[in-house]
Design a protein around this ligand. Structure first.
Ligand code: ATP
Ligand code: ATP
Ligand code: MG
Ligand code: MG
Ligand code: MG
Ligand code: MG
Length: 266
């Protein structure tokens, strides 16, 4: 087709190609989920339906984009880690970020009724997103540790806060005041001494978030890659030794089957 006189406007599009051979992380976060979770009666501090829905929306991203090696989710956020040498969308930042975000967001809405059977979705939620690049494996591992440390800090605080409110009959203001200036050990003590609760016994998904990874399984002649959810402690360096293959470039098969709790719900 002949070039039109309008086509020069295309030149206004700026190049946003991401440096080759660096680790790209897309992180999404729910917009105003404090309010969204109230409006949809999320259980406090952790609504398991909401976490499973987040995981399933992330799973549908991994199922479609083979260049996403793994993903980590907690609360209203999810991080997607691309394989280092991916050339998906020629590494154009806006393309990558917007496509991952919209696939995730529309999946969140699409699968909502499967997880929130008796809780209708009142309005369409939104997620913000950013893309960050890390030049070394060490930086990437520290990123993963940073997000998981965040789960721990928030969950210990929230668990203690809501226990004081729901079981200790404190007002939210009183609970906040009570926790002001406390360290982790103090919160563990409050839970244990006053409510006979051992924080260690809380569900792993609450304490550690969810890591979705691809795992190869072979039987006789067939090799398959499946996506599984784990709730391991990524803060231990041992985790990254045991899972060193996670960050390796592999020939990724498209034949994905999912096994594990997520399909049990569907
Ligand atoms: P912003 O738009 O700046 O992200 P936000 O209200 O979403 O604002 P966040 O810091 O992202 O703030 O916090 C998300 C909030 O969503 C949590 O503090 C919590 O109140 C709620 N939330 C998210 N997931 C769950 C869940 N599974 N169960 C209960 N509450 C949740
Ligand atoms: P890409 O992912 O690269 O955007 P694409 O298949 O979406 O690939 P586009 O150039 O965006 O390619 O073209 C969108 C296509 O969607 C159209 O060519 C047409 O086939 C179809 N389409 C979009 N809107 C309509 C519509 N209202 N009615 C019929 N077909 C439509
Ligand atoms: Mg935010
Ligand atoms: Mg948020
Ligand atoms: Mg958040
Ligand atoms: Mg199109």
């Amino acid at each position: 087709m002949a070039k039109s006189t309008f086509e020069y406007v295309k030149k206004f599009e700026l190049d946003d190609t991401i440096l080759p051979n660096t680790w790209m992380v897309v992180r999404l976060d729910g917009k105003c989920f404090h309010k969204f979770s109230d409006d949809h009666n999320f259980a406090k501090p952790n609504d398991i339906r909401a976490l499973r829905l987040m995981n399933f929306a992330a799973f549908s991203v991994l199922r479609e984009f083979n260049d996403v090696l793994m993903a980590f989710g907690q609360s209203d956020e999810y991080s997607f880690i691309f394989r280092k040498h991916t050339t998906l969308y020629k590494r154009r930042a806006a393309k990558l970020l917007t496509t991952i975000n919209s696939k995730f967001s529309s999946s969140y809405v699409y699968y909502w009724p499967k997880f929130f059977e008796r809780e209708p979705l009142k309005y369409p939620p939104a997620f913000d997103g950013r893309i960050v690049t890390y030049p070394s494996e060490e930086n990437l591992i520290d990123y993963m540790k940073w997000r998981q440390a965040d789960v721990h800090i928030n969950n210990l605080y929230n668990t203690t806060f809501w226990t004081l409110v729901l079981k200790g009959n404190l007002t939210p203001q009183q609970a906040e005041k009570r926790l002001c200036g406390t360290v982790s050990a103090d919160k563990n003590e409050i839970l244990f001494q006053e409510f006979n609760m051992n924080y260690n016994n809380e569900p792993e998904i609450f304490k550690r978030g969810t890591l979705l990874i691809r795992k190869s399984i072979s039987n006789d002649q067939e090799h398959q890659s499946v996506i599984i959810d784990v709730h391991d402690d990524m803060l231990r360096d041992k985790f990254w030794v045991e899972h060193s293959s996670l960050l390796l470039e592999k020939k990724i098969k498209t034949n994905l089957v999912y096994e594990g709790p997520i399909t049990d719900i569907i």
